[in-house]
Write a protein that binds this ligand. Structure first.
Ligand SMILES: Nc1ncnc2c1ncn2[C@@H]1O[C@H](COP(=O)(O)OP(=O)(O)OP(=O)(O)O)[C@@H](O)[C@H]1O
Ligand SMILES: [Mg+2]
Length: 333
């Protein structure tokens, strides 16, 4: 049996979060995380050298079992949850749990609700405006009725698309920990997605150059992989074609134990500052252009979640003025 003191210190060191043992007002021992956060030389010194936050200090010195949410210990802005637990003979165990991940998850959630509400409110306000005019302003001529009716329909369809995309996103998220188990031929998925894109291609007078190997099986969810391919090809057609060129290529190939699906365009590309944010919900580079083409800004967020569920990786490379290449790498079966 090791010496009890040594054992206590070893336990303290084994705690991953910053932890201190304080006796009276002196830091008796501090683990490595605490030394990193509060200073390498705090052991054996007065607690006030380590912690300057007045309420936190008072709470530790009072020595009762208590918790406190604090900002301003160590780094300036980082939020911590500080807990004090009395030990034997006037000593206390102080632990600090980093709350930044929790806070940023909370912020993401509130931002998401605000964004979703805003996205739904805009078409809804238009629908109400037109419907009011139709029902309150007396008789309207046929042409006006048709125009208003069609705007109401367009906006209502946009709302439906947003709601459907949100539902699909939450379904994919709910399945996050359940690995997909169908055997899916990624080449077949790509061929169907190209067929699905035919009406859009016709409208843009554009063709896709396809380079698809034979037999490209992955363990996947067919519906989700098709949704992924539809979105990436749709994006290339909508945002990767300009007046000068519409050169889109889709390739699927194997590379050892991986299947790689790549969609390339030679459009205007995406400026580097936007790249890290593209997979955020509702993020659009050019909102006006995306809205005009019916985009909800949820497509790449859905793609990212599908890739994560398939234990794959997503890579978006783009150069302003030269085009964009999106590749999805999936483990082969
Ligand atoms: N190939 C591309 N070239 C240039 N910009 C692109 C390309 N793909 C995506 N983008 C930009 O990224 C934004 C986000 O794409 P995303 O697929 O998430 O949303 P969306 O296409 O606007 O809407 P949705 O896919 O839900 O219909 C787009 O609005 C567009 O600005
Ligand atoms: Mg899209």
């Amino acid at each position: 049996m090791p010496d009890r003191n040594a054992l206590a210190l070893a336990i303290l060191e084994a705690i991953e979060e910053p932890a201190l043992i304080v006796v009276g007002s002196v830091v008796e021992a501090a683990n490595q995380a605490a030394r990193l956060l509060l200073g390498a030389m705090i052991e054996g010194r007065d607690l006030r050298f380590a912690i300057r936050h007045p309420r936190a200090l008072d709470m530790i010195l009072a020595g009762r079992a208590e918790e406190l949410e604090v900002i301003g210990i160590g780094d300036v802005d980082r939020p911590w949850s500080l807990s004090v637990r009395p030990l034997a003979k006037g000593s206390v165990l102080v632990r600090l749990a980093d709350r930044s991940a929790l806070r940023s998850a909370e912020r993401m959630r509130t931002d998401f609700v605000a964004n979703a509400s805003h996205e739904l409110r805009t078409p809804l306000a238009t629908i109400i405006g037109y419907a009011e005019t139709l029902s309150e302003d007396g008789p309207v001529d046929e042409a006006t009725r048709e125009r208003f009716g069609s705007t109401i329909e367009t906006e209502a369809r946009r709302m439906l698309r947003i709601v459907e995309d949100l539902m699909s996103l939450s379904r994919i998220e709910a399945d996050r920990f359940r690995a997909p188990d169908e055997q899916v031929d990624m080449g077949e998925v790509a061929r169907i997605a190209i067929e699905n894109a035919a009406p859009l291609l016709d409208r843009r007078k554009c063709q896709i150059q396809a380079d698809i190997e034979q037999a490209l099986p992955v363990a996947g969810d067919f519906g989700q992989l098709l949704q992924l391919a539809d979105n990436l090809i749709g994006n290339a057609i909508r945002y990767g074609c300009n007046d000068k060129s519409c050169a889109i290529s889709v390739s699927v190939r194997t590379d050892g134990a991986r299947v790689i699906f790549v969609v390339t365009d030679q459009g205007d590309g995406i400026a580097p500052e936007h790249l890290p944010r593209l997979t955020e919900r509702f993020y659009r580079v050019d909102s006006a252009r995306s809205r005009e083409s019916g985009g909800t800004g949820l497509g790449l967020a859905i793609v990212k979640h599908i890739v994560e569920r398939h234990r794959g990786s997503l890579d978006i490379r783009s150069e302003a003025g030269r085009g964009t290449e999106v590749s999805v790498t999936l483990p082969a079966v």
